[in-house]
Design a protein. Structure first.
Length: 237
């Protein structure tokens, strides 16, 4: 399913506009002019940039689906004008204790699954259907940093099964709607990567380097994950 197995040429960043601090806020206050100003400035400062990872927001879609989809198309056009292909992040499972970005919580997946699952799938379906095979896309990122790891799955925690089955269902729907664009999940290193690797075309790792603190473990994990990607026959980004 992968259009290209070589992503060595990719140079890019996560991008969040400066005018908001949470997913809902960013999409409710959507400002295409500000995004263009910021991104054109980024292109000037980083002339080799050719890709951007751009977070969407389920709750922003819930507020006004048609407006959300129009704004998404506007953003894709801005990034394309700057020579960048886009990795849209459909869902988010990372949370911050100081100022939370928002996204999907365990309650959505376990206690309120029957309530939220149809809405989450409809959101994802509309987003993907509007841009199936869109040449401006690099790949679909199903979710930023799902929480659980292989060790949690081995403990048979119900939350782990719920998260995995949710992402598996989203993956199947995305693949049904868009047969061309590669699929990835933004996993943190360690066995979080191993748990969700079966769901993706491209293994994506968030492997944070802290000089002087994790130099050798960082290198060892790069080697381990490179071996994993080679063994699975999948690109690593």
């Amino acid at each position: 399913m992968v259009a290209s197995s070589d992503y060595a040429h990719i140079r890019g960043f996560n991008y969040q506009p400066s005018y908001g601090s949470s997913g809902l806020e960013l999409w409710q206050m959507f400002d295409g002019d500000q995004i263009r100003r910021e991104f054109e400035r980024g292109a000037e400062l980083f002339p080799k940039m050719n890709a951007v990872r751009f977070w969407l927001d389920f709750h922003g879609w819930c507020r006004d689906p048609k407006r959300f989809l129009r704004n998404l198309d506007t953003a894709l056009g801005i990034f394309a004008d700057c020579g960048c292909r886009v990795m849209p992040v459909i869902f988010n499972r990372w949370h911050d204790e100081t100022l939370d970005y928002g996204g999907i919580y365990v309650d959505h997946l376990v206690h309120s699954r029957d309530l939220f699952m149809p809405r989450m799938l409809e959101y994802a379906r509309q987003v993907v259907n509007d841009h199936a095979g869109d040449g401006r896309l690099l790949m679909w990122d199903l979710c930023n940093e799902p929480y659980f790891r292989v060790e949690d799955a081995a403990a048979q925690l119900p939350e782990v099964q719920a998260e995995y089955e949710w992402l598996e269902t989203v993956r199947d729907m995305v693949r049904e709607v868009d047969t061309k664009t590669p699929i990835t999940i933004g996993t943190v290193t360690g066995t979080n990567v191993d748990l969700y690797e079966p769901l993706v075309d491209v293994i994506q790792i968030h492997h944070y380097f802290i000089p002087g603190r994790n130099d050798e473990p960082w290198r060892q994990e790069v080697e381990r994950l490179s071996n994993l990607a080679n063994a699975k026959g999948k690109p690593l980004i």
